[in-house]
Structure formats: structure tokens, C-alpha cells
Design a protein around this ligand. Structure first.
Ligand SMILES: Cc1cc2nc3c(=O)[nH]c(=O)nc-3n(C[C@H](O)[C@H](O)[C@H](O)COP(=O)(O)OP(=O)(O)OC[C@H]3O[C@@H](n4cnc5c(N)ncnc54)[C@H](O)[C@@H]3O)c2cc1C
Length: 383
């Protein structure tokens, strides 16, 4: 019997497997033939994330600023000191994480699709397209449409947003500044992005379902607004992001991580930072519980307590901000531009921590003039 079966060979699965493999017999099940494809990510992370991952993926660009474009065309320039974010080759990251997990002793079974599992006789029986496996613990890291999460009941995220992206040939205006657009035309319910790298640009957006047209139609509009011809598009990818968390990340002999646990930053849709924070906590709980042979939901609850202590506040604050954001009309967004288009607000946003963005809200609202003008918009958005 294996100590742990990890379902999913994305970053959540391989980082977790790598942390457990030194002390335990760990098998990762990955339905695809290799790691990192299909790629469903903009690849934007902070250097802290790279450090926590413990591997160095290919860096496509260093991003030093952002131009935020409001629905009326108002442009808010954010220019901090130094590098704000890195654009990475996400496929390369996933491959390097998988190699690192295998170096540490984890087994990865590619082409192996998890179908379901049963808990019985002091263990977990997982069925796959390649037969059955027995383990003491199952770790669900099977992404946004997680089946393992549903083994814990009606364990669905509060909402999904749908993303689509294209890499295209185009010499961007700035080498190291990305463009974010707000408003219903390009990205109803979220935002769009244009991230330069060399003579290419990664253009993408997410939308809330039921608002606006299909994602591909918004992407076509965005490409046109960015001056990109369809024939210059080199590749396209799409995916969905769970927001607002799932009700549970643990159960009898079961732990969930990453998109499977709904651990995604609600303001930016970033999932890699929460995974890096949650994985060591999961590994610590799993190791202790395997050692003591105490794998009940009651004992594994420490994991949820631990990750919520570490990142729960930022995720729930971020989701409150998101709920307000989704209630804002284009007119409200334009008013916000008028309110924040001033040097003191720019200084606050220039120093924003992308991994903990809600931290910028309080200093902005503490400014009396700004806070008072924000109040009616916020009250409307909260209703
Ligand atoms: C358009 C878009 C842009 C994004 N941009 C960013 C960004 O810039 N920065 C950032 O931090 N995050 C970003 N994200 C989010 C990020 O990509 C995810 O949060 C992250 O990939 C989650 O990692 P994971 O390991 O939990 O899941 P995944 O990366 O989805 O990995 C899950 C793995 O499980 C496998 N799997 C699923 N079901 C089964 C099964 N039944 N059997 C076997 N294997 C299975 C899948 O093949 C996959 O390899 C973006 C997401 C989207 C959609």
C-alpha cells in the first residue's frame, strides 16, 4: 500500500509530492502524457513565488509597471521601483517541478486518469484507467474541475471565471509595462491583460459567466484594440479559475490543495502563490498523521486551520473586494479613475504587493478626501 496517492501532476501535486517523498512512498497520477500541457496560465508571478517553488523556470520578461485603462479610456500608470512581477514559461515551471518531485523520490504515472475512490478497510482504493491503487491517504490536486473535491460532498467553489489568452507577434509600446483594461467591453466581471515579452505580447482576459459575450468574442475585440491582427496570433489557450474557495479542503484520509481546494487569489486569479503557501502546511499535517496512523477528518483538519491562518485572511478579504468590484458599472469605474488619478494614490499603488493586493485598499481609503468620494460607490456596490 502506498502512503499517498496524489491526483494531478500540476504545481499543487508535484510540489506536495516533492515535500512528502523524502519520508513517504508517494505516487502522482497525471492524466496527460507529460507535465505542463495544456498550458492554462498567464504565467505572471512574483519572485517570491519562484523562490518558494524551489526551481527556476525560464523567465520570459521582468515586468516593472502597469497601465490600467478604465472604460472611458482614462489611463492610470503604476510604476514602482524595481521588478514587480516575472513572466515565466509556465510549461517549463511544471516540467521542472515534476522533475524535482521525481528526484526527491516521488513516482509520477503519466497517462493515468483518476476515476474515483472509496475509503474502506483502513485505506483508500483509487480507480484509474490503468487499474486500482491502494494508499493510506489521497491528496486531491486535480485542478479547477476537481473530482476529488466532490468526494467531500457538494464541495464546489463560490464561482468560476472563464479565461482565454493568445500569444501574438507585436512589438509592444513598452518592453516591461503590462496593460490591464477594466470594463464590460473587454472583460466583464474581471480584467484583461497585455504582457510584453521580446517582440511578442500575451493578450488575455477572464469574464464572469453570463455577463457579456463568449470569451473568444471579447478576445477578438481586445486583439483589435491592441492593434493585433489575427494572423499574428501564434497560440491560444483557455481555462477556468475557481474563486471564493470551496467549503472543505480535508476529509477522512483526504486532503485537497491548489485549484482543487479553491485556493486562488480572488482579485488577480493567481493560484501559484497560495499553492506555495499551502503545500508545506499540507506536508506537515500529512507527515504527522501518517506517522501516527491518524488519518481521520478530525486529525487532518489541522491542515485547513493552518493554511487559513497563513493565507485565509487575504483570500477572504480579496473575495470581498471582488464582490464589490463585480457590482461596479462602467460609470462607477470611471468615477473611481477620477478619484484615484492623483499623485498620493499613485504612490500607494506603486508599492502594491501583488501577492497581497488588498493591503493597498486601507491606505487609499484612509485618505479623507478619497475615502469620502469612494463611500457612495462602495455602498452601492455592497448592496
Ligand atoms: C487564463 C488563466 C490565467 C492564469 N494566470 C495565472 C497567473 O498569471 N499567475 C498565477 O499564479 N496563476 C494563474 N492562473 C491560475 C493557475 O494557472 C492555477 O491556479 C494553477 O494552475 C493551479 O495549479 P493546480 O496544480 O492546482 O492545478 P492544475 O495546474 O490545473 O493541475 C491539475 C493537474 O491535474 C490533472 N488532472 C485533472 N484531473 C485529473 C484526473 N482525473 N486524473 C489525473 N490527472 C488529472 C491535470 O491534467 C493537471 O495536470 C491562471 C489561470 C487561467 C485559467
Amino acid at each position: 500500500m502506498h502512503d499517498a496517492v496524489v491526483v494531478g501532476g500540476g504545481p499543487a501535486g508535484t510540489i506536495t509530492a516533492g515535500l512528502l517523498a523524502a519520508d513517504h512512498d508517494v505516487v502522482v497520477l497525471e492524466e496527460h502524457a507529460t507535465s505542463g500541457v495544456p498550458m492554462q496560465c498567464a504565467g505572471l508571478v512574483t519572485s517570491d513565488v519562484i523562490e518558494m517553488c524551489g526551481v527556476r523556470p525560464d523567465i520570459l520578461n521582468e515586468i516593472r509597471g502597469a497601465d490600467v485603462i478604465f472604460p472611458n479610456g482614462g489611463r492610470f500608470e503604476v510604476r514602482g521601483s524595481g521588478v514587480k512581477a516575472l513572466l515565466i514559461d509556465r510549461t517549463d515551471l511544471d516540467r521542472k517541478l515534476a522533475a524535482a518531485a521525481m528526484d526527491k523520490g516521488a513516482e509520477i504515472r503519466y497517462g493515468t486518469k483518476y476515476i474515483g475512490h472509496k475509503i474502506s478497510g483502513g485505506g483508500v482504493s483509487s480507480s484509474t484507467n490503468a487499474g486500482e491503487l491502494r494508499s493510506r491517504l489521497i491528496i486531491g490536486a486535480d485542478g479547477c474541475s476537481s473530482k476529488t473535491a466532490l468526494s467531500l460532498g457538494s464541495n464546489i467553489p463560490k464561482e468560476y471565471i472563464y479565461g482565454i489568452e493568445a500569444d501574438a507577434k507585436r512589438r509592444p509600446e513598452h518592453d516591461d509595462v503590462m496593460v490591464l483594461r477594466l470594463g464590460a467591453e473587454f472583460a466583464p466581471g474581471f480584467f484583461s491583460w497585455e504582457i510584453p515579452f521580446g517582440d511578442m505580447v500575451r493578450v488575455g482576459l477572464c469574464i464572469s459567466p453570463g455577463r457579456g459575450a463568449a470569451p473568444i468574442d471579447h478576445l477578438k475585440k481586445l486583439l483589435a484594440a491592441s492593434g493585433i491582427d489575427m494572423e499574428d496570433v501564434v497560440s491560444k489557450y483557455a481555462g477556468k479559475i475557481p474563486l471564493g474557495g470551496r467549503p472543505r479542503s480535508y476529509g477522512d484520509r483526504t486532503l485537497l490543495i491548489g485549484d482543487a481546494a479553491g485556493q486562488v487569489k480572488p482579485v488577480s486569479g493567481g493560484g501559484l502563490f497560495p499553492i506555495c503557501k499551502a503545500a508545506p502546511i499540507l506536508a506537515e499535517t500529512a507527515k504527522k498523521s501518517l506517522l501516527e496512523d491518524a488519518l481521520s477528518a478530525e486529525r487532518l483538519r489541522d491542515y485547513e486551520k493552518g493554511w487559513k491562518k497563513e493565507i485565509g485572511r487575504e483570500l477572504s478579504r480579496g473575495y470581498k473586494i471582488r464582490k464589490m468590484f463585480t457590482n461596479l458599472s462602467d460609470g462607477d469605474l470611471n468615477k473611481i479613475f477620477e478619484i484615484i488619478d492623483r499623485d498620493d494614490m499613485r504612490s500607494i499603488l506603486n508599492e502594491i504587493d501583488i501577492d497581497n493586493p488588498s493591503g493597498a485598499a486601507l491606505p487609499m481609503l484612509k485618505n479623507m478626501q478619497v475615502g469620502l468620494r469612494f463611500l457612495p460607490i462602495m455602498m452601492r456596490a455592497m448592496i
